[in-house]
Design a protein around this ligand. Structure first.
Ligand SMILES: [Zn+2]
Length: 268
């Protein structure tokens, strides 16, 4: 691991600084250790269980297993293939606002790197966080093929407990993650975490499932996808309220009636 990567990371439990050992990182405060697998530090450790309600944790476990199992097929899902070009263009535009490039950008819930590969050219350093280690391994291959691996840090972590220092990012992105958090409490916690790690004045873009005429036709307001992945679809008011509680909403648009996309800058 590179020095900048070690310096930006913190213990997800007490925000202690971390040191790098042989195949693991260790918190200088609580002394917990976190394995480093294929150059990916892993903060999904059993102690996380205690920070969740039982039902929340069971649903997260179920999602983690499903994401690992489905990682190699994810990039071939028809809906995503059709939507990705439009979604990517809209997300990059919403994120940048008047900015042209960033120093340190993170995507929370990067999966196999569908969006991260397009975000990388916008920034000097790029961080991808995901709950699925298998997805991160595929993401790593993708970033290598894109020639961006040297400036990339991939982190296996729970989005509600980001192992990052306060106010270290000048841009944060999250695409279609928040709807998979299994409770209102955790959905708010993700937004609070993204706000914490973003510098004052930093840019953000967040998207989540839209409860629209289109999605009403094809499913329920909340439920389970195949394989055991929980989802929740937001009305405009619900999504606006969720984001604006933490970050000022400059723009809120629907992407093809499928997801909401909110963006803006963190207040100074
Ligand atoms: Zn610690």
């Amino acid at each position: 691991m590179q020095q900048w990567q070690i310096e930006i990371l913190r213990c997800p439990f007490d925000r202690g600084r971390l040191t790098l050992g042989e195949g693991h990182m260790q918190c200088m405060e609580c002394r917990r250790t976190f394995p480093v697998v294929d150059d990916i530090p892993s903060f999904v450790v059993p102690d996380l269980t205690t920070a969740h309600e039982r039902e929340e944790w069971l649903r997260k476990q179920s999602e983690m297993q499903a994401r690992d199992a489905q990682a190699s097929q994810y990039d071939h899902l028809l809906g995503l293939l059709l939507m990705s070009p439009v979604e990517t263009r809209m997300t990059l535009r919403a994120l940048c606002g008047k900015s042209e490039c960033f120093t340190t950008l993170a995507e929370v819930g990067c999966g196999t790197g569908r969006m991260l590969q397009h975000l990388a050219p916008l920034t000097e350093l790029v961080i991808g966080v995901d709950l699925s280690l298998q997805s991160l391994r595929l993401c790593r291959q993708r970033m290598r093929s894109a020639g961006a691996l040297e400036k990339t840090l991939l982190i296996h972590a729970d989005a509600c407990f980001l192992p990052l220092a306060d106010e270290v990012l000048d841009a944060v992105v999250s695409c279609q993650l928040v709807e998979h958090l299994p409770s209102d409490r955790l959905r708010r916690q993700v937004l609070a975490e993204m706000t914490r790690v973003l510098k004052a004045g930093g840019r953000y873009a967040v998207s989540g499932y839209h409860w629209s005429w289109l999605t009403r036709w094809s499913g329920a307001k909340q439920g389970m996808h195949q394989g055991g992945i929980y989802y929740y679809r937001f009305t405009r008011d619900e999504f606006h309220e969720l984001v604006s509680t933490h970050l000022p909403v400059e723009s809120l648009r629907s992407v093809l009636g499928y997801v909401w996309l909110a963006s803006g800058s963190k207040g100074v």
